[in-house]
Design a protein around this ligand. Structure first.
Ligand code: FAD
Length: 432
């Protein structure tokens, strides 16, 4: 396609990645963000191999890996100490394959620095309220001031509460309190596992390594219980956490002020039309979900590359919109459906989803090909179509470092997870 003028609403993960990719194709790109200085909200997230494939295509994978922590797998135990959530990337059979725990600010920082370095225009203090379609061009309207100049294409990357799609009908009953804490050295945690503890499905606590000496702590909480949580006070909260996972004492000791914890309310929504005349929706504005499968940021990155490829390969904007949908729809629909199905066994006030999880889902998932399938789903690879997006999962030995025979990719003595065709090793590592 000839060069076009693109306005991108939202300086989040999808918006920044799309801006970089489209700018590199020679298009004129302007980013609009509500904050005076673009900034991420929240604590940590997991970058999956799919997300790393996009970051590698951007030439940013090494820098992101340097700021994050390689994670070999996920392990969640119930109150009986039985593994009810386990997945090991090693079960994919690809040497050195890992996920990456990272602070949201670190991922944002790498993308934002690249945007500034490439000279892309970033308009801050612009609260987007809607759009005006005039002929073949569109403008964004803002809470204050004049609309934007006309753009050939608008990209909505405003996230889950985008003002350019129909509003959320309802949030999910549960969300979670998140805090960034110092990594608890000498407390016996495995630095390469995302670990969680469950009491049925109504209580859950987790610890995700983030690198740079940090971890993300999270505690599942119903939205309608947030006020009561605030009223109970921090001492009661610390006691509640330790009753579920006593090993977290060095972490809870750091949590003294409710202001340290951010309550993120989760939502599930798939916008019916990901494209409309003059606009495409990418990231959470198209598909928001609870972070149970850890895919949102990765899907946002895949949308960005899908849009860039579609524009690159098409002669008209209409054809590019069709191509974007063709590249991304299957993956988006599959993971929206999976996340919808997997959320109740891990976050629900009812006892039945946890009974199903403990007595059927978890045992069945340990039987071949369960471990491999789980690793494939968690890695985000099912239906991702990376080849058609023109990206591939990078060699992790190049991105992170050489793989030791035990599976650790850093050679720093921390043992990772090794592959098994019949059972995930997440639990084996913890229990050894
Ligand atoms: C607690 C939590 C944990 C998560 N964990 C994971 C995980 O482990 N792995 C994973 O892959 N994903 C995870 N996610 C999901 C992931 O964070 C999102 O899917 C991802 O950030 C979506 O990117 P985005 O670019 O669509 O939106 P965002 O990153 O939300 O960016 C939206 C941008 O638009 C701006 N904006 C919003 N409204 C306006 C407006 N009206 N005008 C102007 N600017 C505006 C915002 O300020 C922001 O900069 C998690 C989410 C939460 C809440």
């Amino acid at each position: 396609m000839q060069t076009i003028d693109i306005g991108i609403a939202g300086c989040g993960i999808s918006g920044l990645a799309a801006a970089l990719l489209l700018h590199r194709q020679g298009h004129s790109v302007t980013l609009y963000e509500r904050f005076a200085a673009p900034q991420p909200l929240g604590s940590g997230l997991m970058i999956q191999p799919t997300g790393m494939a996009v970051l590698d295509a951007l030439g940013l994978a090494e820098e992101v890996a340097r700021r994050g922590a390689p994670v070999d797998g996920l392990l969640g135990l119930n109150t009986e100490g039985e593994p009810v959530l386990e997945a090991a990337y090693a079960d994919l059979g690809v040497p050195g394959m890992v996920g990456l725990g990272i602070h949201r600010a670190s991922l944002f920082g790498v993308l934002y620095e690249a945007v500034l370095a490439s000279g892309i225009t970033v308009q801050t203090g612009c609260e987007v309220t809607g759009l005006q379609l005039r002929g073949v061009q569109s403008r964004l309207t803002f809470a204050q001031g004049e609309p934007s100049p006309p753009h050939d294409l608008l990209v909505d990357s405003l996230g889950v509460r985008s003002t350019l799609v129909p509003p959320l009908k309802a949030e999910l009953p549960f969300g979670a309190l998140w805090a960034s804490v110092d990594w608890p050295e000498d407390a016996g945690f495995n630095q390469r596992l995302l670990e969680q503890r469950y009491e049925r499905a109504n209580r859950m606590v987790g610890l995700l390594p983030l690198g740079e000496g940090k971890a993300a702590f999270f505690w599942s909480l119903r939205g309608d219980e947030y006020a009561a949580w605030q009223a109970r006070g921090m001492a009661a909260f610390r006691a509640e956490v330790l009753a579920l996972w006593p090993q977290l004492a060095p972490v809870t000791a750091q949590l003294t002020d409710p202001e340290q914890l951010t309550f993120a309310r989760y939502a599930h929504r798939t916008t019916k039309r990901a494209t409309a005349p003059g606009i495409v929706h990418i990231g959470d504005s198209w598909h928001a979900a609870s972070p149970q499968l850890g895919q949102g940021a990765n899907m946002a990155l895949l949308d960005a590359v899908g849009l860039a490829r579609a524009v690159e390969r098409s002669d008209t904007l209409e054809a590019a919109q069709q191509a974007y949908l063709a590249l991304r729809k299957t993956h988006v629909m599959l993971y929206q459906w999976l996340t919808w199905g997997f959320t109740p066994p891990f976050q629900s006030a009812s006892v039945w989803p946890a009974i199903f999880r403990d007595h059927f889902m978890a045992p069945a998932s340990r039987i071949a090909p369960g471990p491999r399938l789980k690793a494939y789903l968690v890695a985000g690879l099912a239906g991702a179509g990376l080849a058609s997006l023109g990206v591939k999962v990078p060699e992790f030995s190049r991105i992170i470092g050489p793989t030791s025979p035990e599976g650790s990719t850093r050679g720093d003595g921390v043992t990772g997870l090794s592959a098994s065709s019949t059972s995930s090793r997440a639990s084996a590592v913890l229990q050894s």
